[in-house]
Design a protein around this ligand. Sequence first.
Ligand SMILES: *Cc1c(COP(=O)(O)O)cnc(C)c1O
Length: 399
Amino acid sequence: MAKLNENYLNLKESYLFSEIAKRVNGFTEQNPDKKVIRLGIGDVTLPLESEIIKSMHNAVDEMGKAETFKGYGPEQGYDFLRDAIRQYYARNGVELELDEIFVSDGAKSDTGNITDLFAVDNIVMIPDPVYPVYVDTNTMNGRKIVYIDANAENNFLPMPDESKKADMIYICSPNNPTGACYNRQQLKVWVDYALKNNAIILFDSAYECFISDETLPRSIFEIEGAKKCAVEFCSLSKTAGFTGTRCGYTVIPKQLVQINSKGEPMSLNKMWNRRQTTKFNGVAYIVQRGAEAVFSVEGMKQAKAMINHYKENAKIIADTMDKFSIRYFGGVNSPYIWFECPNGMNSWDFFDKMLNEIQVVGTPGAGFGKNGENYFRLTSFNNKENTIEAMKRFETLFK
Ligand SMILES: *Cc1c(COP(=O)(O)O)cnc(C)c1O
């Protein structure tokens, strides 16, 4: 008999988005004439920019000719893309070597797959609320999780608690769902804590391109000492609208070494290389050519314009929150606005109120962890017209 991984029994039913869909469908069936505006979207909506499309078209043509056809590529990604990523980091003051960069099909896979490198008896520290992948993948492996509370008191930016020990620490900054972003001093405290405890930070920078405050770090490797204790995951999903095209990258410095039970050093870079060459066969050549175009001068200009479009929507939402003195987080260096439900309402009740009274759909904070109970997430990924209309309707809640 095949014995199954019973850790799966410990996973919480992920009913957030299906429950939202159920409530919205129920409403529209009863009220077919009412226009519902969705500001709950966690996916980009603008199409790929012309530089990316041009580059991918060329790559398609190359695949159709014997002289330029590509079969299996390097599992770690083509050098042309790794070099483009290396230069992107260098422009930001972070020097990397080519073989510290691993191209992947996205940050979700890598943040989950990285758990392959760690023993099950590590203690994992995860902020609440956060992107659910960290909790679920470690639960599948049967690892013990300790939560750190992100709340209004710490501006949704929890700091290390010396009384809590951990071996693996997940940090997502700018954060999904709260939009909160650590500054340099705060990340330095995390890096020092990790170094002191021989812990490893798994840093998700999927939203780094939304940071416009130049004093804020976009990579953990801007922090001194981080190359000895951190892995960084990033993705073109939010940077350039690649959620459906699929391309990300993970940086594992060669200095990142832990001492094993035999007292010998083990390199995480080498382990990840071994893991990827065994279980992964690389990202499509055509997609990697599209990704390369994102890092070109013109491609970056286009990516910035796209991000600015979303950020203008975020500002429209944030301005409305300001107008009614609603306490919120994010909205500036993030596509997300995370606000306190008015009058202490719980997030599902507020969801129903928004749906029934103004037909605006958002995401109840409770879906991201217990600290989200009284919070609500709106996103800037709808278009400007709908965002403006949604905020006009939002104002009527307070009349
Ligand atoms: C969207 C997102 C990602 C990106 O995932 P991909 O698999 O690259 O599309 C990673 N982390 C967080 C927190 C996200 O919200």
